[in-house]
Design a protein around this ligand. Structure first.
Ligand SMILES: Nc1ncnc2c1ncn2[C@@H]1O[C@H](COP(=O)(O)OP(=O)(O)O)[C@@H](O)[C@H]1O
Ligand SMILES: [Mg+2]
Length: 313
């Protein structure tokens, strides 16, 4: 559905997107992640023919972004960052206008607008002035606009930006449902959203592609080096010493000591789970224990690990 090859965008003296290449297959929901200023919006604008690339090529829905930009736009529903809408128009009126602009006939428009409003739960505000709607509704109008002509591909630039947690949850459900009918490329910085909706994640940082993998694989890669916490009562120093001798243990650090309880952080070699051995030791030494837990990495950890910048950079 999307093939990107060495796509580059340079603004006066500044490279916003630096020779990135990736693909998105038909039916995929792909999350496009990166810190602010990474070049996400610039990339999406090039793919939707709103901005010309400095170098490189891309085909979208089978059409070249230079030679066939009209067809690209016909087959892509694009929801830009900050959802530009006409605040003085009514919801249904606006979607009808947009649908006609996208080339649908009078009759098709009527049906398509009703369907889009239905999918995006807008039917009860169809005659409201857009400017008076809440942010969540406005986002949904933007989404309805993007999908009104049933494009094969939806490109959504931070569609949940500025929504509250309830609205984010609703929009997540909506995007999941849309994924049954459309291929979706969605830029966001809400990682829980990506973890739950996207089959694959592309991470860019400072215009450079850093990763393209499933959320599970990104996390697994990070998981390799493990970390276990143990809270015990009694002589923490002795415990540290004993645990350090266990196979696979790299280091033991005392995180804190509160009255007689101490919390130890145990780091281990890759793919070693020392919980069983630690528990064996606890039994043998008759320590009192109130917690033994292995920390699992999240997509957020993977993200931070990939795009971590030293302070001030
Ligand atoms: N029109 C522009 N002119 C000059 N620099 C720009 C322009 N648009 C974006 N940039 C710069 O390009 C980089 C990438 O921006 P952008 O694609 O908006 O990032 P993101 O969407 O990931 O936050 C940033 O450093 C930004 O300041
Ligand atoms: Mg952006």
């Amino acid at each position: 559905m999307i093939q990107v090859s060495n796509l580059t965008k340079r603004y006066a003296g500044h490279t916003a997107v630096d020779s990135i290449s990736f693909e998105v297959g038909k039916g995929e929901i792909v999350g496009f992640l990166g810190p602010n200023g990474a070049g996400k919006s610039t990339t999406l604008k090039m793919l939707t023919c709103f901005l010309s690339a400095t170098e490189g090529t891309a085909t979208v829905a089978g059409y070249d972004i230079y030679d066939n930009s009209i067809n690209v736009r016909k087959h892509v529903g694009y929801m830009p960052e900050n959802v530009p809408l006409y605040p003085d128009m009514r919801v249904k009126e606006y979607l009808t206008f947009r649908s006609r602009l996208k080339g649908l006939g009078f009759r098709d428009t009527k049906k398509a607008v009703n369907e889009a409003m239905d999918i995006c739960s807008l039917s009860d505000v169809d005659s409201k002035i857009i400017g008076t709607l809440s942010k969540g509704y406005k986002q949904r109008v933007g989404l309805a606009d993007a999908l009104v002509n049933k494009p094969d591909l939806l490109i959504l630039d931070e569609p949940t930006n500025g929504l509250d947690p309830n609205q984010i949850r609703q929009s997540r459900e909506l995007i999941k449902r849309l994924g049954e009918r459309h291929t979706i490329l969605i830029s966001t910085h809400i990682l829980s959203e990506v973890e739950m909706t996207c089959g694959r994640v592309i991470i860019i940082d400072r215009g450079v592609l850093r990763a393209s993998d499933t959320p599970a694989n990104l996390v697994r890669r990070l998981q390799a080096a493990g970390n276990v916490s143990l809270e015990i009562k009694g002589d923490a120093e002795k415990a540290e010493e004993a645990i350090r001798k266990l196979p696979g243990v790299k280091d033991v650090v005392k995180e804190f000591q509160r009255s007689e309880w101490a919390r130890l952080s145990i780091s281990t070699d890759s793919n070693v789970d020392v919980r069983e051995d630690v528990f064996g030791l606890v039994l043998k030494k008759k320590w009192n224990i109130r917690e033994l837990v292995r920390h699992t990495a999240s997509l957020e950890d993977a993200f931070v690990d990939l795009v971590h910048h030293p302070e001030g950079e």
